[in-house]
Design a protein. Structure first.
Length: 92
């Protein structure tokens, strides 16, 4: 790209085109620098272990859904309705 800018070309508005190409090159270099910075930031992230200790057995399911309906937008009626669902806790 720098070679193209330096040559200038044989156009009537070579200086305008040269300026546009220089601006485009500056934008691309800025984007490349930002990408390199973001990639370096990802590389330095440390992996930390996550441990969750339970507080004991629960009397009821931790998640309970009542009167739940589901359907797709634009349809006249739900695929299912008035469902009750519980999610049980799993202990490891």
């Amino acid at each position: 790209m720098r070679d193209i800018i330096a040559r200038g070309g044989s156009y009537q508005n070579a200086s305008i085109q040269r300026k546009q190409k220089e601006d485009q090159l500056a934008q691309l270099e800025g984007e490349a620098a930002l990408d390199a910075y973001e990639q370096a930031s990802l590389q330095e992230d440390e992996e930390l272990a996550l441990t969750i200790h339970s507080g004991g057995q629960l009397d009821q399911p931790p998640i309970k859904l009542s009167d739940v309906s589901f359907g797709y937008p634009g349809t006249s009626s739900p695929l299912f309705g008035e469902r009750k669902q519980s999610v049980l806790a799993i202990y490891i």
